[in-house]
Design a protein around this ligand. Structure first.
Ligand code: E4P
Length: 214
């Protein structure tokens, strides 16, 4: 399973690259707004740091505007993917962009029906927001699993990005269900490494090593 980082922070992306486990980046308007930098130059820098797919989102809400913005975003780098909201105009835009060979990430997916729609339109990636569904009292992973079953049933090439992960458990469930990708915030990626028994065990090994005649 591929690991994407859900951020627009250059420092976080560089750290994840340094760990050697990063396959891509997903930004969104909220992440971009936190960095206090111009959209285009920031996304350009991110694309240069991470060679994997980097998603950058349109803010138009009509298909024509989305397509216009997507064409422009697509020129930023070869590894760019254009994030499109899963609304009727967005689905229309995804289909038009597919015909132009522009890669898309259908975002804000909250139901399996939406997952089916964007795959039919030819989205490169589909992002169910599992954590936000959990927060709303639904089972986010169930929706992701349904989308996976639908894609397997019909051989859709659209890759599932389990998004809005809220902890290592979501990453684990995503891997167990065979999702292609999980996108996660930096803190969650950090948490994946951690186990208190690893720290205690290592401390003991290092202490015992001091007793070995050198
Ligand atoms: C995915 O691509 C989104 O950027 C992201 O997962 C949003 O999730 P949040 O609920 O953590 O903001």
């Amino acid at each position: 399973m591929k690991f994407f980082i859900d951020t627009a922070s250059v420092d976080e992306i560089k750290q994840a690259m340094d760990w050697g486990i990063l396959d891509g980046v997903t930004t969104n308007p909220t992440h971009i707004s936190k960095e206090g930098r111009k959209f285009r130059e920031l996304v350009e820098e991110i694309c240069a740091i991470c060679p994997g797919p980097v998603s950058a989102e349109v803010v138009a809400t009509d298909a024509e505007g989305m397509v216009r913005e997507a064409r422009d975003i697509n020129k930023i780098a070869d590894n760019i993917v254009v994030k499109i909201p899963t609304i009727p105009e967005g689905v229309k835009a995804i289909k038009l962009l597919k015909e132009e060979g522009i890669k898309t990430n259908a975002t804000l997916i909250f139901s399996a029906a939406q997952g089916l729609l964007v795959a039919k339109a030819g989205a490169t990636y589909a992002s169910p927001f599992v954590g936000r569904l959990d927060n709303a009292g639904q089972d986010g992973m169930e929706v992701a699993e349904q989308i996976k079953t639908i894609y397997d049933n019909y051989g859709f090439p659209t890759e599932i990005i389990v998004a809005a992960a809220r902890g290592p458990h979501h990453v684990l469930y995503a891997a167990l269900m065979g999702a292609h990708i999980t996108t996660m915030r930096f803190e969650i990626m950090e948490q994946l490494f951690q186990h208190p028994m690893t720290d205690v065990g290592l401390e003991r090994f290092l202490e015992d090593w001091k007793k070995v005649p050198q």
